[in-house]
Design a protein around this ligand. Sequence first.
Ligand code: AMP
Length: 473
Amino acid sequence: MRRDDAAHDVPVDALPTRGIVDGPFEAPSWVRRERVDFHLSFHGSRQRRPQHARPTSRPARAQPSAARTGFPSPAPASPPIAPAAAEAVAASPFTTLGLSVPIVRAVLEEGYLVPSPVQSQVIPHGIAGRDLIACAQTGTGKTAAFVLPLLHRLSSTPRPDARSGASIRALILTPTRELASQIAERVSAYGRHLVVRHAVIYGGVSQHRQEIALRATPDLIIATPGRLLDLIAQKLVRLEAVTHFVLDEADRMLDMGFVRDVRRIVAMLPSARQTLFFSATMPPAVETLARTLLVNPVHVAIAPLVTTASTVDQSVVFVAKADKRALLEDVLQDAAIRRVLVFTRTKHGANRLSEQLDRAGIGAAAFHGNKTQGARERALEGFRQGATRVLVATDVAARGIDVDGISLVVNFDLPNVAESYVHRIGRTGRAGATGRAISFCDREERPLLSDIERLIRRRLPIADRATPRPSDG
Ligand code: AMP
């Protein structure tokens, strides 16, 4: 979520990309140019400070994050707003979408000037309480598309009597713990001027802190299915007051085998509720699930799968399996490539490659489901901060990697499932920034490459003419 301006300095010719036919596209107009500290102005005159003037890439917070604790911030819900900030809020296109002042204020502080297409299309229906199904990839601004109307509705309707024991009015269900904590972080950011309490619930960590957060009667919980069901079974979570339900990344939820868990959870929700359903792709199984969850939904389709990576320069290199590591080290010789995400097919492969890179003096860490939550968070933080240059990940774990400024994605192994290719390369070129994706294809992987090319309906340009496309078959 953090924009790292330094990473945007990477020269476009940073890779051996002879033969690439598609250049990077223009960044879409909704991408913010700078983060704005309007909250600094609440106590005085209006000040605007571009992000590069900051010592870190993290935005200043008006109040401490409630993401992990679920406790409401001690700061007042909505401190007085200076005239200049009020003017900016009134003039913002986010106000035109119908969002309330404290939410638009927070969005402006994030530096968002214009809503992204998915936000323009989803937010008014979200505010109106309609059910909705949206086909949108990560990187399109979809998180704000569901979080903003949710916060709007939660903050404009009274809380139920907490003594009833069922405080939770909204549930966001997401497939991975990383996504859960990143959504929670966004909820904290967009809700910083509201008193909407939230808690994050995911497995792989002790449930103690989550229990404490639940005792603080959150309005909203962001959860992965397994741990949520555990806590429900322990009677620590009750869903009977839920009026708003978001299913995020439904396709991945199904891929990860969570469909039964999702159905069990949905069966516990009141039928009088609003449901927002998000998926990057719409295979028939996802559509079937959607039909059972939604009532008369609005349909929104953003950036169809085949065009999602329009800001990513994609290429393929034909290389023998045994030569892949040397090729990767060669590519990484270019010090201008600062933050690199490498995909391997197996956890073991990720470990081995990251150790080998480390031994070759290239700072690397592995990121996969066999690592403890703590190890994953440390690896991610090192990567975010720039201490680790290369993160070697597997597909499932990578769903939750939301790190801006990834200048290069390397498919060290091609994915078995073509859709994963689109998810992988979507980790770079985020929010309209340009990025590169290079795929290493060995002889056995050629059928996988064909699957990918069929899906994205184009042939990948060859990165290195020295290794031309082998004749098919
Ligand atoms: P998402 O698709 O929700 O993962 O968002 C991708 C990135 O876009 C995140 O870093 C967001 O902070 C950023 N973003 C979301 N909405 C906007 C907007 N309207 N203007 C600029 N950046 C945005």
